[in-house]
Design a protein around this ligand. Structure first.
Ligand code: AMP
Ligand code: MG
Length: 412
């Protein structure tokens, strides 16, 4: 399967989590809504001034040179009287426009303010045409009852702000799926072990670190799991036990065809293997299946392969499980500014840096980050995209057209 075929197969197979819970808005960032939430009031809830100035009757501007100031309306402190012929109220942005007034004259139009013989304050404006009324009518932003969310919407900071403004303080969201992350390999040691305590052949377990950090972008509950040794019985026991506790398991390493690679075979023995191997570089030896009710991804162990498959396949699949629909991959055309070597056969995702050709131009160019070995985590240093090299493509010269997949989109 090619990448897009694999994504389609995954999205068709995975079933969203249907259980939901009601939580305070303050805790809802990143969660997925399970209901239509409607505005509890219109916004603004009252006719509001859009500017600082004077509220008065539009029709009076034809035959009055001066207006008596009868009060003031500040945000949160409305003038509760009504504006009559020849009167006005001092008013500020966000304040209630008093009854009777249908025009805000901007304070920039004031010629003078004087106090008359009765002690009243009188304002005179410079002659001008009122180009706008500067009044935001009730519901001008959001109508009462307007559906603010649909089931499956991700609660972004921006949406949370809109809900707060619309009087929503609690929201029904899908429960967070439980996701367990395993590393596998006898060579792995925990980050934090002093370098001189590593014996020959040992390396740090970086994949679990990257995977758990990537998955924290999603509304899931991460379950801490042990590392899997290169021992088939221990792998079988650990996967069996974890599959009972989790909605999805993600392993890295041990899924290739080496003598110490037991993950694929163990999934097949304990459950069903939907696929194993993809037409993808990096990321070829990827396994997906289920053990009972628990989905499982066996990701390749090379750190770059782990990350690329997590970004392109695991995170979107988890979005389905979380109750939302993954977006199609964003592909942006760019021109190569470094040559790329590629053998036809598998689509390849190289780490790249794209930039605008000129500050105001929409044209992008992209260069790769050096030797693209799938062990080389350093290819991610400074990268802001994956460069997609189509499967049938051969070597590409400077100036060739490619698509880039921005990392910011893959992480969103
Ligand atoms: P494997 O698929 O288990 O043969 O792993 C492929 C390569 O990735 C080997 O060089 C492993 O040492 C390395 N590798 C596997 N798992 C990890 C991990 N969790 N962190 C860093 N490197 C890993
Ligand atoms: Mg291994």
């Amino acid at each position: 399967m090619d990448l897009e075929e694999a994504r389609e197969a995954l999205f068709a197979q995975l079933v969203p989590h249907s259980a939901s819970e009601c939580i305070p808005l303050a805790q809802a960032q990143g969660r997925i809504t399970a209901e239509v939430v409607r505005a509890q009031l219109p916004l603004p809830p009252f006719p509001a001034s859009a500017m600082d100035g004077y509220a008065l009757r539009h029709q009076d501007t034809a035959n009055h040179e001066t207006f008596r100031i009868v009060g003031q309306s500040l945000a949160g402190h409305p003038y509760t009287g009504s504006i009559k012929v020849g009167e006005c109220a001092r008013i500020f942005t966000g304040a209630v426009v008093p009854d009777g007034a249908d025009l805000i004259v901007l304070q920039e139009q004031v010629a003078e303010v004087i106090t008359d013989e009765n002690g009243d304050k009188i304002v005179r404006f410079v002659p001008h045409e009122a180009d706008e009324d500067y009044i935001r009518p009730v519901g001008n932003d959001v109508q009462m009852g307007h559906p603010m969310t649909q089931p499956g919407d991700r609660l972004s900071p921006l949406l949370l702000g809109a809900l707060a403004a619309a009087g929503v303080c609690e929201i029904r969201v899908y429960r967070r799926p439980k996701v367990g992350v395993f590393s596998s390999g006898d060579e792995l040691r925990d980050p934090g072990t002093p370098p001189d305590a590593l014996t020959l052949g040992q390396i740090y377990d970086s994949n679990r670190f990257t995977l758990t950090s990537l998955l924290r972008h999603l509304p899931i509950e991460l379950i801490a799991l042990d590392r899997l040794p290169d021992d088939p019985d221990a792998v079988e026991e650990a996967l069996t036990e974890a599959s009972r506790r989790c909605d999805m398991l993600i392993t890295s390493g041990g899924v290739s065809v080496g003598d110490a690679d037991f993950i694929g075979a163990t999934i097949a023995r304990l459950g069903e293997l939907s696929f194993w191997r993809l037409n993808l570089k990096p990321g070829k030896p990827l396994a997906f299946g289920n053990i009972g009710e628990c989905w499982i991804f066996g990701l390749p162990g090379n750190p770059v392969s782990t990350i690329v498959t997590c970004l392109l396949l695991v995170m979107p699949s988890l979005q389905v499980l979380c109750g939302t629909i993954p977006k199609p991959l964003l592909r942006i055309p760019a021109t190569l500014s470094s040559p790329v070597s590629h053998r036809p056969g598998r689509a390849e995702y190289q780490r790249g840096i794209y930039s605008q050709n000129e500050p105001s131009s929409s044209a992008l160019s992209v260069k790769h980050t050096g030797d693209q070995g799938s062990n080389r985590l350093s290819t991610f240093a400074g990268a802001n995209c994956l460069i997609e090299i189509p499967k049938d493509s051969g070597d590409l010269a400077v100036g060739a057209d490619v698509n880039v997949l921005p990392l910011s989109d893959l992480l969103a």
